[in-house]
Design a protein around this ligand. Structure first.
Ligand code: C2E
Ligand code: MG
Ligand code: MG
Length: 573
């Protein structure tokens, strides 16, 4: 090890000992014996548990005579089988420059001692400090991780190239993700680096226990390992992969605290001829990352899934940028007509995103993405603020209409109440003219908390609509537990109404049932006059759809409202 030779010579000479060794957390021991050639030798893992204890000991220790120490009564201390027992032993912890302890520097003699002088202690301390710098240096040079002592990413690439060019036509790259990065960072904040280091070391040991003996394990990220496996290791034996995942899911005893991790294992088959320029680690990491949220916990790289992830990532960054500069996002509004009078009484705000190169991206494509990327709240905030400012303008012009805004499940419980209240105050809008639309599935997701939340929205004065009713699996009785005011029957039933008697019957009976439960009934997707006419004969209060009007840009709403002559109204009975 670079730097180590000088350190051991320094320690051996100033303490006048024949043996010097460096024991690391991972159990590796580098030892120097005087009389041998000056170079240090790795004698592997020392057997006595005392060495492992010493490697983790954060303070110096010295044992003047091991024969007088109870710990060595049953098993005397040896450096290796070739040597006589060690009588004198002293150690000093070894730290990296950032203060992480990585092991200890030990000096030993076959003769006991009577005392250890101050000068000798400080010489040992200096040598240990130098050893720490030496280990760090070695890691800086890019080969080994100080905690796990596993070779790094650079070594992985070099070894992979060598193996594949030496006649192995293909191999499997395996990546193991120990925990999602965010979770791991939270863990470090809560528990400190010592626990985190220990956890990674223990996880590495389990993976090492699973891979064949002649296969190296590499540390390719803070929480990520990789290995190159031969075809013959029959990797894609699902039960073997299941066993690896199961072993990683077993709780770890991390410095006395039991912990479980969320592992993900990814696999990718690579061919020697495909190597040039590619980055197999990036690809396999997309598989291991995806596998963390699978019940199975491992997955084989899938190009389509990777493409989709990349596309999603691209869209999310574009959407975040669009939100910041606001020029690509607009709102369209779709009129809702009251069937008793044929008059527009409300408009629904619908987001539009015009991407400069991709063109118009439909909300069905980017809303889910925004939810997964955690930017939905910003988006909803923007929609609320923009649409309420519009509503204030329309009210100022004398249009007596209400506004409905779509809200996503990720908005619930994240300051939505405050934002709603704040936007309304800011634009001087009375919340009794605003309705929030939640999809049926959102409402049924966490029913108890959701119910409390919706009640608070109702207390502010806003209405609540159940959107896309009929697409979920909830029944009306369960939904009635929610303090909702309207129910919107999904367009998928409505569109087929005039051709399918089945759909017609569904819409008719749902409307009747909903009305009897005191919901205001809105029918979506009224595309034709025929549908409109048959809806008129049902227990419905409002219609919305292309037959009335498609969604229109905000700037054109006033003109539409002024010129709209009204739809056919229901005959009073
Ligand atoms: P939604 O809330 O059910 O909105 C109605 C959708 O049906 C709109 O699609 C509208 O353009 C479309 N539509 C209206 N009339 C007809 C018709 O007669 N026939 C047919 N076939 N379709 C009609 P759009 O604008 O593409 O929005 C799709 C969905 O995206 C919305 O469904 C809503 O769930 C979501 N969305 C749109 N804007 C927002 C938003 O600002 N926030 C949230 N959270 N979701 C939004
Ligand atoms: Mg809606
Ligand atoms: Mg809908």
């Amino acid at each position: 090890m670079p730097g180590f030779d000088a350190v051991v010579r320094l320690a051996a000479r100033s303490l006048n000992v024949p043996l010097v060794s460096l024991v690391l957390h991972g159990g590796e021991t580098y030892a120097y014996t005087s009389g041998h050639d000056s170079s240090s030798r790795d004698v592997g893992r020392s057997q006595h548990p005392f060495y492992a204890e010493t490697a983790h000991r954060a303070t110096p220790q010295w044992i003047l005579d091991t024969h007088l120490d109870m710990r060595f009564e049953d098993k005397s201390l040896h450096l290796s089988h070739a040597h006589e027992p060690i009588r004198f032993f002293a150690s000093e912890p070894v730290f990296t420059l950032t203060g992480q302890q990585i092991g200890a520097l030990c000096v030993m003699d076959f003769q006991p001692r009577l005392a250890l002088g101050d000068a000798e202690r400080s010489a040992l301390r200096d040598a240990a400090a130098l050893a720490g710098t030496g280990v760090v240096l070695r890691n800086y040079l890019g080969r080994t991780d100080p905690i796990t002592q596993l070779p790094h990413r650079n070594a992985f690439f070099e070894d992979m190239r060598v193996q594949l060019s030496e006649g192995m036509p293909h191999a499997w790259v395996m990546a193991v993700d120990v925990a999602p990065v965010q979770r791991f960072n939270a863990f470090v904040r809560a528990m400190g680096h010592a626990y985190a280091d220990e956890l990674i070391r223990l996880a590495a040991q389990r993976v090492q226990g699973w891979i064949p003996d002649d296969v190296r394990l590499y540390q390719v990220g803070v929480t990520r390992f990789a290995a190159l496996l031969h075809d013959r290791d029959m990797l894609i034996d699902p039960s073997r992969m299941d066993a690896l995942v199961a072993s990683l899911r077993e709780p770890f005893d991390c410095l006395g605290i039991p912990l479980t991790i969320q592992p993900g294992v990814g696999l990718l088959k690579i061919h020697a001829r495909e190597l040039r320029g590619g980055d197999p680690l990036r690809l396999v990491m997309s598989a291991s990352h995806a596998a963390q949220s699978h019940t199975r916990g491992w997955s084989i790289y899938d190009r389509a899934q990777d493409e989709q992830q990349r596309q999603e990532f691209f869209l999310v960054t574009e959407l975040a940028a669009a939100l910041a500069d606001e020029s690509e996002l607009t709102l369209h509004y779709q009129p809702r007509v009251d069937l008793d009078h044929g008059r527009c009484i409300a408009v629904e705000a619908l987001l539009r995103w015009h991407h400069p190169t991709l063109g118009l991206i439909p909300p069905t494509q980017f809303i889910g993405l925004a939810e997964r990327a955690g930017i939905m709240q910003t988006l909803t905030q923007w929609v609320l603020d923009r649409s309420m400012s519009q509503l204030a303008v329309w009210h100022g012009e004398g249009h007596d209409i209400k506004l409905s805004v779509n809200v996503s499940s990720t908005d619930l419980g994240s300051g939505l109440l405050e934002r709603l209240d704040h936007s309304a105050t800011r634009h001087g809008v009375n919340l009794s003219s605003v309705e929030l639309e939640f999809t049926e599935s959102t409402l049924m997701e966490h029913s108890a908390t959701t119910r409390r939340y919706l009640s608070a929205i109702r207390e502010l004065g806003a209405g609540i609509a159940i959107d896309d009713f009929g697409t979920g699996y909830s029944n009306l009785a369960a939904l009635r537990q929610m303090p909702a005011t309207s129910l919107k029957i999904d367009q998928s039933f409505v569109r087929g109404m005039t051709t399918s008697r089945h759909d017609e019957a569904i819409v008719r009976s749902v409307a009747e049932l909903a009305r009897s439960m005191d919901f205001r009934v809105v029918v979506e997707g009224v595309e034709t006059e025929r549908i409109y006419d048959s809806v008129l004969s049902m227990a419905c209060d409002e219609a919305q759809g292309y037959h009335v009007s498609p969604p229109i840009p905000g700037a054109q709403v006033s003109a539409w409202l002024r010129s709209h002559r009204g739809m056919r109204a229901r005959q009073p009975t």
